[in-house]
Design a protein around this ligand. Sequence first.
Ligand SMILES: Nc1ncnc2c1ncn2[C@@H]1O[C@H](COP(=O)(O)OP(=O)(O)OP(=O)(O)O)[C@@H](O)[C@H]1O
Length: 585
Amino acid sequence: MTTAQTQPGPPPWRLLLGYVRPHRWALAAGAVLSLVTGATGLLLPLVARGLIDDLAHDRAITGALLAMAGLVVTNAAVGALGSYVLRRTAESVVLGARRSLASYLLRLRIPAVDRSEPGDLMARVTSDTTLLREVTTDSLVGLGTGGLTLVATIVLMGLVEPVLLAVTLAVILGAGLVLGLIVPRINRASRRAQDAVGAMGASLERVLGALRTVKASGAEQREEQTLHAAAQESWRQSVRAAKWAAAAGNTAGLAMQIAFITVLAVGGARVATGAVDIATLVAFLLYVFYLMSPIQQVVGAITQYQTGAAALTRIQEALRLPAEPPARPAPLPSADAPPASLAFEDVRFRYSDELPYVHEGVTFAVPARGMTAFVGPSGAGKTTVFSLIERFYEPGSGVITLDGLDLAEWELPRLRSAIGYVEQDAPVLSGSLRDNLLLGSPEADDTALAHVLKTTRLDGLVARLPQGLDTLVGHRGTRLSGGERQRVAIARALLRRPRLLLLDEATSQLDAVNEAALRDTVADVARTTTVLVVAHRLSTVTMADRIVVMDAGRVRAVGTHRDLVSADPLYAELAATQFLATADD
Ligand SMILES: Nc1ncnc2c1ncn2[C@@H]1O[C@H](COP(=O)(O)OP(=O)(O)OP(=O)(O)O)[C@@H](O)[C@H]1O
């Protein structure tokens, strides 16, 4: 995915702190509860010593027993509570990351979506965010509690014997340098492992999105190889990360052993010269022993953080993709809203800097009300006209106006709420028929719904289905026929009572009866609103009020069917050869 090629941003921990900040008090409470659990654990030996003492001196042991029982119960209860609070906080951090990322992805600009793999984006929301869970608990809390203990122990060691502390710190510093070499390797391997998970998500999405074609092409085995290769790569990199993490843990352990031996040697020499007494050396060695646990904890936190940092970087990359500004949804046009007028003025546009221009100076004007058909050879830039009207892309130069106002001046939700758009492949979303119809107008009442079902001739289908409007249509509407999907898409757009209807006509899929009915519906709609159709049928163009003929990114002629057949050779040729004439033409 090309998000991986975006500029490096701020360090990932900043993003993590952003997600953790709303939960900082819960996290601190969890950390304090963990410390209290540790402290109550440390008290137990003392109470046990008192109990043995009481037994030896023939004293009543009830008090000591009660104290012990109380401590055990408190330790267990506080421990459980602490662990619950920490896990809950970690889940809340994951939730926050998922929500912000999901909201951001919905606002992505279409060019960013064009360059991304949906499966990889999905992996960033589902898999990468999950890794924040361990980072929050193990890394942050481990670093906090382990770091505090470490500093406290080092301060005490300094008070006991500064020279031996210097020796210990020198060994720790050496280990730190080795860790400095290992840690980036864990980060790199984790990053590659997560990228491979993303690649696997992308491959899965590609295969499952077109499983019928994959099967029909007998391509299962090749696709399987791609999926396996991604899974294998993730395994390989995770194993590599595990290898380096183990090396880091062992380096810390080894460093402590070396520190212990060095302190013993240097301390022994100092005892021999009388610089320190033997009791100081023993006390210092005990501290070196105590140092082990917080150091392991801090190193564990750092290595754990590397996996999280790799995930955070991937999340950050997705959050840096170009997105539309956040905006409140706009209300749909009222029933008496006037139809919109539209104009393109010398519009030049290309999909990206490396690609040739699709529009090389497109100019046309469409008055409010009536039907305008766009025709032209495949690839002439007709659908692109619609994409620019919806502001999925911005023109390189020239002006597009709706109601005389530059599209750039329109608030995006208000612009889109004025438009009903039926894409050529009429996408239907998984869910019920009702969900699909109400997608763009959740407030539409039953009367409006019934009316639209009738005009798009879906009423018969709904009546036939046992669950009626609540029938599930399957992933991408696979349980509907192509023609039904088309009519659902048109019904969805009509329910919005658009001031401008954009209809990218499918090249096939409607039978003659339904097509004639829809043609009547569109003609009806065009009496009250502005309708733009990318036309592939002669029956559509013959009823259009005006036809815009596009070729090679320019408008070559505008007129009625009758005018153009005689005036424009390309149109005459298209009319004769390319339009799909229907039974009743
Ligand atoms: N998202 C995109 N990224 C890059 N190029 C694109 C994109 N969409 C379309 N194109 C290219 O832009 C050109 C115009 O496409 P457009 O879909 O507007 O053509 P069209 O006239 O509607 O064609 P058809 O009648 O076949 O639907 C084509 O050459 C196409 O390959």
